[in-house]
Design a protein around this ligand. Sequence first.
Ligand code: DGL
Length: 275
Amino acid sequence: MKTSATSDLPIGVFDSGVGGLTVLQALRAALPGEDLIYLGDTARLPYGTKSPGSIARYACQATQHLQQQGIKLLVVACNTASAVALEALREQMAPLPVIGVVEPGASAAVATGIGADHLVLATEATVRLGAYRKAIAALDQTASVRELACELLVSLAEEGWTEGSIAVDIVSRYFEQLEAAARTPDCVILGCTHFPLLRNTIARVVEPGTRIVDSASTTAQAALAMLDSLHLRSSRGTAGSLRLLATDGAMRFARVGGRFLGASLSADDIELVDL
Ligand code: DGL
């Protein structure tokens, strides 16, 4: 296991499944010269309904696997794992850096306006821990934050049912759980890696003009800044490579993951690993 980084090592990216490919896509756009290893823990998806103890254990095992491959930076491309286990993963990776998606997502939200009224859509575990509420409060104490657990949206995104009347009805049903005043936020935060696929549907349910943000591009910018500050940017000058690892279901990973990555994948592109 490597505990010191050199610029020619890949960036490790980890998610509970394929949702983090939305973050991977942003990383590839921001850092085209970097090699990337993505690990989706598809055998144990979803994390969002599990206990903090299980989520932390799974996240530490996935991180250990990436450490064994040799990485210079870990991006935790999963809101739930970032909310539950970021500090544990930082200790495990030290002295190598770790970036989660919650803080970059909170920054993207606060950038839409100080004192804004935010609505966070996330998994049960992320909501239970108030991860976005705390991250936004650290940046803007005048903001108001409400959090709504929307587990079914994970399955909708996996199934590809992201547009049309069924998706609109389910998003609307979640919004009905909110008191009337909370249904018209200034900013909706997509606090789950799967939800960017439902952006158009969510936009149909909220008031026109509501800002909708996710953490993908701000996480990629944070990774770029981190590599720059540590002088760890690849200097090769050629396009970076991509390895895709999963803990189960190469065919499903390819089929569903292709939608999240915005590129066609085949089962042969996926390496199955045991954690
Ligand atoms: N990747 C998870 C997240 O961003 C969503 C899927 C899951 O529950 O594992 O919170």
